[in-house]
Design a protein around this ligand. Structure first.
Ligand SMILES: NC(=O)c1ccc[n+]([C@@H]2O[C@H](COP(=O)([O-])OP(=O)(O)OC[C@H]3O[C@@H](n4cnc5c(N)ncnc54)[C@H](OP(=O)(O)O)[C@@H]3O)[C@@H](O)[C@H]2O)c1
Length: 320
């Protein structure tokens, strides 16, 4: 047996239970890892609350780093290897079963907590600015929630590409963090559309990366230049209601996409490319991974309350 967080049915953060569960055994192409740290992501809250349909009960968490304690014969890993993943299941636990094809070796020089903090939000930031809308030097991007997990990483990747970055945050503390990540202009949400248009010379920005959703979507569309790209990648404030496609026409022949990470990790090569870029940037000191809050595993419910309550910054980790 081992300790894990269990979601018995859909509900609020209080539904999460810290329980003894059966210790799984790896199949031929799987590894069992002792979790050093598990990443908390907004998607975990959608799965817990029932916004994403799940079969209950389940152990949440798709992101973790740890050490292999038992390796299937065809896994390609050995006991003692350090691995991390953004694509697992059941990470909120002392031990986690992982398919070998989604386990990434953690390079020497990268700490376990950094690896657990980097991958899911880092790969998201990486595909958003390299693949969904490949940002070019001199372009201007608006990033919402700039002091969040994805936000802080995305700002840094955009600055490294030579973009001008405008971002929104809700508090002064978050403003300082977004500035520290390199944002050129840090705004509050109130009246952001007019300010963004003014900052982009009245033209509008080339791309908006919007993970806030319902509260910002309309304003984000109004920030875009003619033929700009609206990237709606999340719904921290709630899901965007059904949308009249004619608005893309009248707002300036805009592009709209709603990407998700799984579709940007289609092959082993794509997974390795994104992970290697991120690990290399951390090792070279070009990418700072800010761990804002760390909670004991047993307090996962508090971590969810704080994440949904806008009381976190950067990465939120659970430590068994
Ligand atoms: N599509 C994908 O592949 C993918 C992958 C990873 C994450 N995501 C999405 O990216 C977004 C950010 O994820 P994250 O894990 O990095 O979270 P996060 O940004 O660390 O936390 C969410 C932030 O959203 C902002 N926010 C604005 N309005 C909010 C509201 N009404 N309720 C709660 N938060 C609000 C808050 O920052 P302020 O207080 O500064 O406003 C909050 O800190 C989420 O929507 C998530 O679902 C998508």
């Amino acid at each position: 047996m081992h300790k894990a967080i269990v979601v018995p049915e859909s509900g609020g953060p209080e539904i999460l239970r810290y329980e003894d569960v059966e210790l799984p055994q790896p199949g031929p192409r799987q590894v069992l890892i002792k979790v050093a740290a598990a990443g908390v992501n907004f998607i975990d809250t959608y799965k817990r609350s029932g916004i994403y349909p799940m079969s209950y009960p389940f152990i949440p968490g798709s992101e973790a780093a740890g050490t292999v304690v038992s390796a299937g014969p065809e896994s390609g890993f050995r006991e003692g290897d350090r691995v991390a993943t953004a694509e697992g299941g059941g990470a909120y636990a002392e031990y986690m079963l992982l398919d070998a094809d989604v386990a990434l070796p953690v390079p020497a020089g990268i700490r376990d907590d950094t690896a657990a903090a980097l991958l899911l939000q880092g790969i998201t930031a990486h595909y958003l600015c390299n693949s969904t809308f490949p940002v070019q030097e001199g372009q201007t991007a608006l990033v919402h929630a700039g002091a969040g997990g994805v936000g802080l990483l995305l700002i840094q990747l955009l600055k490294a590409k030579g973009a001008t970055v405008i971002t929104t945050v809700s508090t002064e503390e978050k403003e300082l963090l977004a500035q520290g990540a390199g944002a050129d202009h840090v705004l509050r949400y109130d009246g952001f559309t007019g300010q963004v248009r003014a900052l982009s010379g009245g033209q509008g920005v080339d791309v908006v990366y919007d993970g806030v959703g319902k509260a910002t979507f309309d304003g984000s569309l109004a920030c875009l230049r003619t033929r700009g790209m609206m990237v709606l990648f999340g719904a921290a404030s709630g899901q965007v209601p059904p949308f009249d496609i004619q608005r893309l026409n009248s707002s300036g022949s805009l592009f709209l996409t709603r990407p998700t990470i799984a579709h940007y990790l289609l092959t082993p090569e794509e997974r390795q490319w994104r992970a290697r870029d991120l690990f290399d940037a951390v090792l070279a000191g070009r990418l700072d991974v800010r761990i804002g809050q760390t909670y004991p595993l047993a307090e996962a419910s508090r971590a969810h309350t704080d994440l949904e309550g806008r009381n976190t910054t950067g990465k939120v980790l659970l430590v068994p």
